[in-house]
Design a protein around this ligand. Structure first.
Ligand SMILES: C[S@@+](CC[C@H](N)C(=O)[O-])C[C@H]1O[C@@H](n2cnc3c(N)ncnc32)[C@H](O)[C@@H]1O
Length: 205
């Protein structure tokens, strides 16, 4: 984790000075999402400045038909991807393997008046059947990500899309391994996103 360029090493030293455990960054992000979902102001800012643009770029790149049936794997306690997919007119199912994330997400969606527009279910991404979907979104932090992507591709009909997020910047790559596209033997396009991320859109042959 601590190997890397001089700048990376300096960055890690800086984080350590503030007692931020670089190995525990995922739990910090998940905590922020959980707490953020309960604070309307934070959820709005985070949603409008980052998620909305990211999801709209992904929808455009995936070129989905209106009313397409989509699944979001790893929807989390603040299910912003699912929310912007539902607001864009898609029929959205959302899953998470954490029951408390599902409970919180249902409350968030109720609060913003989207009740009934997203169907939530507690199930692991490695076990869900994706064959009835036109597109499947996979969150940045899901494990085992590559295994889930492979299963989704295997389940989908020809022409079905998989949308997942990778780290793009060196600082995000220091914590998260990108899932390379060359092993999937499908057409893949990449879309640059803010906060050091990129989206990958795969079309099943
Ligand atoms: C940070 S949240 C991402 C949600 C984000 N706010 C969004 O809208 O895209 C990641 C969620 O993925 C879930 N997760 C991780 N691995 C999973 C798996 N194998 N199957 C289902 N959910 C998973 C976690 O429980 C967590 O709630």
């Amino acid at each position: 984790m601590k190997n890397g360029t001089k700048i990376q090493t300096k960055f890690y030293d800086y984080l350590e000075r503030f007692n931020i455990d670089v190995n525990n960054i995922t739990s910090i992000i998940l905590k922020c999402c959980e707490k953020g979902g309960q604070v309307k102001f934070f959820a709005n800012i985070y949603g409008c400045t980052f998620y909305r643009k990211m999801v709209l770029k992904e929808i455009k790149a995936a070129a989905l038909k209106p009313m397409s049936k989509v699944l979001h794997i790893g929807s989390g306690p603040l299910p912003l991807t699912s929310i912007y997919l539902a607001k864009s007119g898609f029929l959205v199912d959302a899953i998470d393997n954490d029951s408390s994330a599902i409970e919180k997400a249902i409350q968030v969606v109720k609060k913003i008046g989207l009740e009934g527009k997203i169907q939530f279910k507690e199930i692991d991404g490695t076990k869900v059947d994706c064959s009835k979907y036109d597109a499947v979104w996979i969150s940045f932090i899901v494990y085992p990500k590559e295994e889930i992507i492979r299963k989704v591709i295997a389940d989908l009909k020809s022409g079905g899309k998989v949308i997942y997020r990778n780290p793009r910047s060196w600082w995000l790559k220091a914590w998260y391994q990108p899932v390379e596209t060359n092993g999937f033997s499908c057409k893949a396009i990449k879309v640059k996103q803010p906060l050091g991320k990129e989206s990958v859109i795969i079309t099943k042959n």
